[in-house]
Design a protein around this ligand. Sequence first.
Ligand code: CO
Length: 150
Amino acid sequence: MRYLISALLGSMLFVANAAQANECELTIDSNDNMRFDTKEMSVPASCDEVTVTLTHSGKLDKKVMGHNWVLSEAGDMQSVVQKGMSAGMDNNYVPEGSDAVIAATDVVGGGEETSVTFSTEGMSADTDYKFYCTFPGHSAIMQGSFAIKE
Ligand code: CO
């Protein structure tokens, strides 16, 4: 009986750990209508690393309707978008060597996907973060909030 209980507890712990790991992995879709499929993303403060996978469920080429997923503090968004435009497609519209960029994916087109893994070191639950697409002209619509949840 004791063995049965400990085996049961063991499998419950395994399930709990698996769920926790999944909470640090997020997926967001983008499309030909210049939209992300969510305006809010969050991870628990227990995540040391976060992986975001960006999918593009549309058909258009990345030169026409490309999307990326860029993360920064909310107050840095406008400057990252502007500098990203200058950086151009060769740099995935992400400013090179920018301290403001916490994470950024490559630009993808229809049917493609990409992902980025980043450390949450230095991020906090008290700070407002934003995610957005820096493809020229997209960030006004393609943006949302990103939070670290205590
Ligand atoms: Co876009």
